[in-house]
Design a protein around this ligand. Structure first.
Ligand code: PLP
Length: 460
């Protein structure tokens, strides 16, 4: 059978394969043919291929499959039916659709990225965003970098290299993807001075740790975990008091960082960036694509004296953001000038604050629409459940929602999950207690027909 594997040149003359050459560049087709024949040879050697699999029609079909795979982008759109709003694996915050034009303009044309229209001379790439950040948060100055991990690295490198940074043992966090405070500290050249215990740190712990070598008092938001029980932590205000007494600046890594007080919308009270600054923090860092709901970015706001050394630091050039990110961030921040507008137009904030009644009616409407369009072998029902925020934000919070349960006759929930996940437009849901579930919190109305199409293909 190995001898019956056709030669590459022969395969390229098959009419069906010749037709591929009209759609794809020749080198791409040749690679697909070679790869397909190699896979067939390997399958034969493992005893897993049949004589039929060597026939022209079968081989050409495999080559078409290989070509389709090579031309499907690796990074593509999926439908998030998990209900996890800031799903880190699915790209965290979706950006407001109202910013589409400004992002496209920045990407596909020339822009004022580093050009001052007034003087005709070189301008600052961060000036537009810096002004907005200062007016929204009350900060004296701001810097934007690639993500919050970069923001923390830059701050520690610029302010504390070779000096000590005091941190509570209860705040030595690891964020997914190997961001760990002790390791970032080491990378920056700052020396970690741990104080207190995992569950309790007191004002006296910080006070007795401060000495000539101390460059910063650092407070880190324990984003993705909670310490409960016999606990005590030192507030930003108390840290500021110690900082003022000892002339050591106070930095807060706020993690998610919000500009809106979410307790007004039934969510846990989370200190806003403005509140950290008002409490006297000299520097606050936070992410662009967590609660803020913008592009991936790291934002530093605070006192001019803290930010000036960062603006001159060589790392800034290595960590800077590109023009499309700046367009998205500027647009997102503009929306925050009116809180109501931010809540309406920033997708993650809207998903976070949508009412239970609206979710229930959207779940019912979607299930009705799906039932009308789908064969009777697919059953649908709605049931109460919970959504999560994700992105290491509010780890313990479960927000009530209404779920759509989907089942297909003859398929287990696992099989259905796998088939939807590998659809041409992947639909990602979750399984709970043997049921496949979609959460309308993270779905938009325009995605319902797309889910219907995916289910129709599976049912067929
Ligand atoms: C998420 C997070 C980071 C990392 O932020 P990225 O924007 O993902 O780089 C750092 N510190 C804290 C406390 C966080 O929650």
């Amino acid at each position: 059978m190995l001898k019956n594997i056709p030669k590459v040149d022969k395969v390229l003359e098959w009419p069906e394969v010749r037709s591929f050459l009209e759609e794809y560049p020749r080198p791409v087709v040749i690679t697909a043919v070679r790869d397909t024949l190699d896979l067939l040879r390997a399958a034969l050697l493992r005893g897993e291929a049949t004589a039929e699999s060597l026939e022209e029609k079968a081989v050409a079909g495999r080559i078409r499959g290989a070509l389709t795979r090579t031309t499907t982008p690796g990074l593509r759109r999926v439908i998030n039916g998990t209900g996890v709003i800031l799903h880190t694996n699915l790209g965290r915050a979706p950006i407001s659709a109202s910013l589409r034009d400004s992002m496209l303009d920045a990407a596909f044309g020339y822009s004022t990225l580093e050009f001052d229209l007034e003087t005709g001379a070189r301008g600052s790439r961060a000036a537009h965003v810096e002004k907005l950040l200062c007016s929204l948060t009350g900060a004296e100055a701001a810097v934007v970098v690639n993500n919050n991990a970069a923001a923390v690295l830059l701050a520690l490198s610029a302010l504390a290299r070779g000096k000590e940074v005091v941190v509570s043992r209860g705040e030595l966090v690891e964020i997914g993807g190997s961001f760990r405070i002790p390791e970032v500290m080491e990378q920056s050249g700052a020396i970690l001075r741990e104080v207190g215990a995992t569950n309790r740190t007191h004002v006296r712990d910080y006070r007795s740790a401060v000495r000539d070598e101390t460059a910063l008092l650092l407070k880190v938001h324990t984003s993705n975990f909670a310490v409960v029980g016999f606990t005590s932590e030192v507030s930003t205000g108390e840290l500021v008091t110690i900082g003022r007494e000892t002339s050591v600046p106070v930095m807060v890594d706020a993690g998610s960082g919000t500009l809106v007080n979410l307790s007004a919308y039934g969510l846990p009270g989370e200190t806003t960036v403005q509140e950290y600054l008002a409490a006297g923090a000299d520097l606050v860092t936070f992410s662009g694509d967590k609660l803020l709901g913008g592009p991936q970015a790291g934002i530093l706001v605070g006192k001019r004296s803290c930010l000036e050394p960062m603006k001159k630091h060589p790392l800034l050039r290595a960590l800077r953001v590109d023009k499309v990110t700046l367009a998205a961030l500027e647009g997102t921040l503009r929306l925050y000038r009116d809180e109501r507008q931010a809540l309406e137009q920033i997708p993650s904030l809207r998903m976070l604050t949508v009412s239970g009644e609206e979710l229930a009616s959207r779940a019912k409407a979607a299930a009705r629409r799906m039932r009308r369009a789908l064969p009777a072998t697919i059953s649908l029902k709605t049931l109460p459940g919970f959504s999560q925020v994700g992105g290491g934000t509010f780890p313990l919070l479960e927000i009530p929602t209404s779920l759509i349960s989907v089942s297909v006759a003859g398929l287990s929930a696992q099989q259905l999950e796998q088939k939807l996940r590998t659809s041409p437009l992947p639909v990602i849901g979750r399984i709970s207690q043997g049921e496949f579930l979609l959460d309308p919190r993270t779905l938009s109305d325009r995605e319902i027909p797309e889910i219907i199409a995916a289910l129709q293909a599976i049912a067929a």
